[in-house]
Design a protein around this ligand. Structure first.
Ligand code: ADP
Ligand code: ZN
Length: 516
């Protein structure tokens, strides 16, 4: 199976995180590797996935028993044969690991470094058909750091004895520690080293709320005429209509999606590689194999499905290091659609929760109030100063205290028992008389007509931002009715306030009583 297939089918991720793909490739290729990644960046995948591609057992040295057990459990749930030899094992667990090892079915064997000192371990590993050594928290070999573990010094010996590739991972980036790792684990021979941060400073980041999305894409492309670009869309049909619209106004554009014949797809890939200034309107099916350094822009006509997918897709622009631009459009329908996709997927509940989390992270980025890059890198565990190369650094968002309207909206949802969508809730807030309002008797609610300081458009933006902040979530079991999340409770109770962006709430009304 290819790395991309394993990523999706075994690990349940739709895209690599920054840095992962290159590291996975190096480890799969059998290179000695040193990867420095921030905590939470996704190191474990970088040895777990290669362990499945490579022959033999991967032995994983990790100092943290709880973490090992977690990973083993996660892998087993995903159907991967993994086991740990730790002091916390029951005798049965230990027996099961030995048996799997004897039977040659084990793919990953976790152990603490102290195990290496135990009599017989080296011999056992020599017989076990180890194909790769992975070392987590590799800075523990450093005698100068706080986390020195003397038994880590045995790993070098293990590598020499087994004569297999070693992949070392750490979050500690200082040079002294790196030098020590190379010395102690790799006998001083420099491994393939991955330290590049996640940042792609030449890529300009921008988001915009959908407001005539086709025109927004056409305007964006018009300002970049003659440059190679990609427009990602949420549906196959849209790749075709957008490509036609772009051709009609004189661009050279074509479309690409997974429903096309393999041969037709190859033609597009080849054209994109060879022609200058071609625009490809595509679903996410386009990209894995694209290696074109001078893609000058990437636009999303619809919101991607996670922050990882977003990062990977915009990351196709500007690989040559020259300036590149991106624009991501989003609206309330995107939020609803992406939530629904997660809810309707076949993933088990924990994974669904994680998928909602990754979508939330992207929505947080879309509704960000300060530098986008700071928010994006922060999510991947990297600290950064305001970048000066995103729409919010170009022009800071104007914000206002949205606590009052947000509480009004939450109260409207609660008083109608969370059975309605934003359209009806806005009618209540505005005090409109519709059939539905009358039938339900909602004109007698205390919230009826309390929101007249904002008009319909402004309320729509408030609801969208509330969904973006995950205060309200559409419930698929109630036909998409908006329900309040736990996150909204403190605001409703008056224990927290919330800032909303003002720029996306166009003042369509003259002189509102409540100033925004
Ligand atoms: P660390 O680098 O701290 O060891 P982990 O390997 O534990 O980080 O990964 C941190 C989190 O990121 C985990 O919850 C993991 O499921 C998630 N993760 C890792 N890779 C991806 C990916 N490609 N897409 C989405 N989530 C990922
Ligand atoms: Zn910025």
């Amino acid at each position: 199976m290819s790395a991309a297939t394993l990523l999706r089918d075994v690990f349940g991720f739709d895209a690599f995180r920054p840095g992962q793909q290159d590291i996975v490739q190096a480890v799969v290729d059998g290179q000695n590797t040193l990867a420095i990644m921030p905590t939470g960046g996704g190191k474990s995948l970088c040895f777990q996935l290669p362990a499945l591609v490579r022959d033999g057992v991967t032995v994983v040295i990790s100092p943290l028993i709880a973490l090992m057990r977690d990973q083993v459990r996660g892998l087993r749930e995903a159907g991967v044969e993994a086991g740990a030899l730790t002091s916390g094992n029951t005798p049965e667990e230990t027996d099961a690991v030995w048996e799997a090892l004897e039977a040659g079915t084990l793919k990953l064997l976790y152990m603490a470094p102290e195990r290496l000192a135990a009599g017989g371990t080296m011999n056992m590993l020599r017989r076990a058909g180890i194909g790769l050594i992975a070392v987590d928290e590799a800075h523990c070999v450093s005698q100068w750091g706080h986390d020195f573990r003397p038994d880590y010094l045995r790993i070098g010996e293990l590598r020499r004895t087994l004569n297999v590739p070693l992949a070392a991972f750490t979050a500690t980036a200082d040079t002294e520690t790196q030098v020590e790792i190379v010395e102690k684990l790799f006998d001083g021979a420099q491994p393939a080293t991955f330290l590049r941060g996640f940042d792609r400073p030449n890529i300009h980041l921008a988001f915009a709320v959908k407001d005539g999305p086709r025109a927004q894409i056409l305007n964006f492309a018009a300002a970049r005429k003659g440059q190679s670009g990609i427009v990602y869309t949420g549906t196959r049909a849209k790749t075709e209509t957008l490509s036609k619209a772009l051709n009609d106004v004189g661009h050279s554009a074509c479309f690409y999606h997974g429903g096309m014949e393999a041969e037709d797809r190859r033609i597009v890939e080849r054209r994109f590689q060879q022609e200058d200034g071609l625009i490809v309107c595509a679903t996410v099916a386009f990209g894995m194999g694209i290696d074109k350094p001078d893609i000058r822009w990437v636009a999303h006509a619809d919101l991607p499905k996670s922050i990882e997918a977003y990062y990977q897709e915009i990351g196709r622009a500007g690989r040559d290091g020259d300036p590149a631009e991106t624009l991501t459009l989003f609206g309330p329908d995107d939020i609803r659609y992406r939530r629904q996709q997660v809810d309707e997927g076949l993933a088990p509940p924990e994974r669904r929760a994680a998928d909602h989390g990754r979508l939330n992270a992207l929505l947080g980025l879309a509704e960000a109030l300060h530098c986008r890059r700071q928010t994006l890198l922060g999510y991947f565990g990297e600290e950064a100063a305001p970048c000066g190369n995103c729409d919010l650094c170009d022009k800071p968002a104007e914000v206002f205290d949205g606590t009052t309207p947000v509480r009004m909206a939450l109260s409207a949802a609660l008083r109608t028992e969370e059975w309605f969508g934003s359209g009806h809730l806005i009618d209540i807030l505005l005090g409109n008389t519709t059939d539905k309002i009358q039938q339900c008797g909602h004109d007698s609610l205390p919230t009826y007509g309390v929101g007249k300081d904002y008009d319909k458009r402004q309320w729509q933006a408030i609801f969208r931002q509330m969904m973006g902040h995950d205060l309200l979530r559409p419930d698929r079991d109630r036909h998409g009715a908006l329900r309040m999340t736990e996150k909204a409770r403190p605001i409703l109770r008056g224990e927290a306030t919330i800032e909303l962006r003002r720029d996306t709430i166009k003042a369509a009304k003259a002189g509102p009583k409540v100033r925004m």
